[in-house]
Design a protein around this ligand. Sequence first.
Ligand SMILES: [Zn+2]
Length: 135
Amino acid sequence: MEIPVVTGLILGGIISLMVKIGLDEFAKNRAKLAESEQAYQAALSELRAYPNDSEKRENALRLGREFSRLSREDNKETVYDELAIKNDIDAACAGSFVEAGRDEVECPSCAELVLRKAVRCKHCGHDLAFLVAGV
Ligand SMILES: [Zn+2]
């Protein structure tokens, strides 16, 4: 009657080992995700400092995509991620337009800067026709 006990111990050992490996993997992925987000945010602030630097823009885009992929269960980036990255990069570059002295207003929906003449927000698609009409 000793065999079931030994089998149970072995099974228990295997299961706890599997759980431990799973938890390690989880912690590793979390750390990787946090690291990736940090790199992306750093790239965005660099871009904010040099909004006309196309190399910095591409770097931010690449890191943003990497972060998006890591944050997804299936490691695949979605259209929404791509849009979010574009918004982040546009926002980081917004300073360059202000520098150029373009006449801009804040979108009432997403608070991003858009041209006063725009009828639709380039960031969120909000209808801005009433701003143009001056109502
Ligand atoms: Zn908007």
